[in-house]
Write a new protein. Sequence first.
Length: 340
Amino acid sequence: MTKKMKIILGLVVAAGVVAGAISYKNANTTSPEIQEVEEAEKLNPVGPAFNADSALAYCAAQCDFGPRVMNSEAHDKCGEWIVSKFKQFGCEVETQKADLKGYDGTILKNTNIIAHYNPKAENRILLCAHWDSRPWADNDPDSTNWRKPVMGANDGASGVAVMLEIARQLQADKKLNPNIGVDFVCFDTEDWGTPQYVQDDGDTWALGAQYWSENKPEGYNPRFGILLDMVGGQGAKFYREGMSMQYAGGIVKKVWAAARQAGFGSYFPKSDGGMITDDHIPVNEKAKIPTVDVIAYYPDCQQSSFGPTWHTVSDDMAHLDKNVLKAVGQTVIQVLYTEE
């Protein structure tokens, strides 16, 4: 595979975490610290029912703007739409703007979108996803598509859609523990990393998350974070990600147990998928917030371990599965509603 914020690179652990790389291990191995008998094996769903049709509609609404590549009109209009939806669902919303430099020197107009549910609660949980889409379909099997933008229905829109639906459910249900608040952070400038046809220096990905992590509000210390990345693709399953276990093993256990409690354990195998550098790395390392990455892994896909549509022109609405969105969304709701 090629190098990318989420691509295989064997030096991830040996040389430290390099932004833009991953190293996959055997997906059937089990990390020693996760081998113990896990709690809460029995089915015990709590919280409102996650509406997958609604989440799918939010994916479509984002894609209707076109590819949300940096410095484009589609990107800016979609950002305004995301802000308006979180406000509609009762959240206090702020934006964090910054001029960030891309791998090629391009100045990228970054806008991180931060929405707060129950902002007065001291005990907080962070949910996050990136909302920009890839400018280049540089993993497409047809090289003539390598310089075409990616729609990003899965790699971009799906994570935001799940968060929007959760925000809608929280407002409608009003039964989340009042001592718990939720912060939804939509990271920008995640996918402007160096194309595969250009030599990668390894630090060109997740720029919005890096900026947010270096500039988060003083004293902001949520209990933990969950990153949602590519959570709607056909055939997706979510293996335990290695860097998440290194930084937040207890949270991995919590989330994967919640999936089983909610009835979606088949989507969250008790197996290790690999080590990925994604937006959760700066959140863990720089912001010091224990954060796990819920990200699709396809161990048997020759095109990419992130699935056949990853960074291709086929990452569109036709290749989403609302059942996958349901599994992820209901799992996150389970996590939120079991917090005390």
